[in-house]
Every structure is written in C-alpha cells, then in structure tokens.
Design a protein around this ligand. Sequence first.
Ligand SMILES: Nc1ncnc2c1ncn2[C@@H]1O[C@H](COP(=O)(O)OP(=O)(O)OP(=O)(O)O)[C@@H](O)[C@H]1O
Length: 279
Amino acid sequence: MIRPEQIAQPPVTAPEPMLVIDHVTKRFETPDGPVVAVDNISLTVGRGEFVSIIGPSGCGKSTLFNLVGGLLSISDGTIRIDGEAINGPHKSIGMVFQEDATFPWRTVIDNVAFPLELQGMAKGERLERARHFVSLVGLHGFEKRYPAELSGGMRQRVSIARTLAAEPKLLLMDEPFAALDEQTRLLLGDKVLQIQQELNQTVLLITHNITEAVQLSDRVLIMTYRPGRTKRIALIELPRPRTSEMLSSDTFGRYVAEVWADLREEASRGMQDAERGSR
Ligand SMILES: Nc1ncnc2c1ncn2[C@@H]1O[C@H](COP(=O)(O)OP(=O)(O)OP(=O)(O)O)[C@@H](O)[C@H]1O
C-alpha cells in the first residue's frame, strides 16, 4: 500500500523569479533638495511573464525603467536578474525605447545583425540569425530597405527585432508604441503578443496606455503620482493567446475600468499639481 508521504509532493516554494525589484528607491539631488522619484517599489517577474507598469505622467516610470536597465544608480534596495545584482547595463536585459533607435545608415538586416556583430559572431551566422528575427517581427521582404523607407511602426519593429536578436532574458520596453497611431499600436501589440508566446519571452513594459497594459499583460503594476509607489498590482486573467479582437469583450472592458479607477485618482492629483504650478 502506498502511504500518503510516499506520493511525490509538488515543491512548496515557487521557482525563483527572473527579475526581482526589491524595495527600490531612487532619490535625485536637486538644488531645491532631494526628489524621491521611485519610493520603495518591489516587484518580481517570473520567466515568460508579461508585466506592465502604468502610472500618470511624472510618477517615476522612466526612472524605474532606467534603474532596471542599469542606466541609473539605485539609492536604496536591489534589482536582480536571475540572482545577479544590476549595477549597470546588463547583457541579460534588452531595452526598447520610445524614440526611433534604428541606425539610418544601415539596412533592416544590418540593423538587426548589429548586436551580433558586436558579439563577434561570424557574418553568415549573424545574417541567418538576423533574418529569423526580421521574419519574426513580420518584416520579411524588407531586409534590404533603409529605415527612411519604412513607416514608424515598421521602424519600431526593427528596433524590437534588433533587441531580441541578442536573446535577452528580459525585454524591457519604455512606451515603445507611444509615437504611433492607435491602429498601428494595437496591431503591433498583437505582434508583440505573438512573439512573446513564440519565444516565451519575459517582458517588462512601461506604459501610460491602459488598453495596451490590459491587452498585453499578465499583471499590471499601477504607480501612484509622486512619489512613485505601488498603488496596486492588478492580475489580468484574460485567456491566452490574446489578440486585439478581445478589446470589445465585457471582461476586457471591466479590467480597463478597474485599472482606470485606480489610475484616475493619481492622474487627477498630477493634473492638480500641474495646474498649481502653472498659476
Ligand atoms: N535627473 C533628474 N533630476 C531630478 N529630478 C528628476 C530627474 N529625473 C526625473 N526626475 C523627477 O522624478 C520624477 C519622476 O520622473 P520620471 O521621468 O521617471 O516620470 P515618468 O512617470 O516617466 O513621467 P512621463 O510619463 O511624463 O515620462 C519627476 O518628478 C521628475 O521631475
């Protein structure tokens, strides 16, 4: 007879998350005294998870992005990726910025192959790898084009492909679709979802767009307005695979309304602050 203790038990602890933001604070010293941009934020992101950080203008989103990307030093707390502390730019983290970051003098394929060239990869191998990532973002056939010949959405896809080509553990994106029109933004969101699914890519997205956050994320961290703290972490339990078609569903609408209810309070505080400042 098999006794209960002989049956294999599931592990008691969850697997170690890939990204750990542990009680992180960032203070800027200014002539008017210290400004706390990020105040005691903690967040873990598991492998393959898609997490968004949303908050009103000036709440500290970009500061947090720069801290995770190792572009700013942390005042208090730690950020670790697979257990390794972040003290500067890290090869495990690939960053995508809001602005067009393509190299105008390089073709699409040479843009995407650039990080592999830096790694010293042989030409044949890097072109093959770059071709794969160009196709992944849906730009097959545009390999020989220059960025000036592409739309804004296509250029942003080149940036994403170039970042993914280096195979980062974490894809860190700061408002990557902010400069694009709404339709392109939604369709690019679909593309990002498809890529994330295919690569099981771990993603941390900074955004101020609620629809985008709900469409893409497993969880959404809502930040307070000054100082930037965690107001709430919303769990988005919409089934995957997802596409922008689900935008019209009642459940989607409920999630958007819930996130907006939290965000509204913070955005109103930000607006009042701005109005006081302009008087
Ligand atoms: N280098 C700096 N020196 C002093 N204060 C700074 C610096 N960078 C940011 N701040 C301040 O920190 C706070 C957060 O700024 P941050 O740019 O991170 O906000 P944000 O949420 O990204 O805003 P937005 O959505 O408008 O880009 C703001 O009050 C800002 O003025």
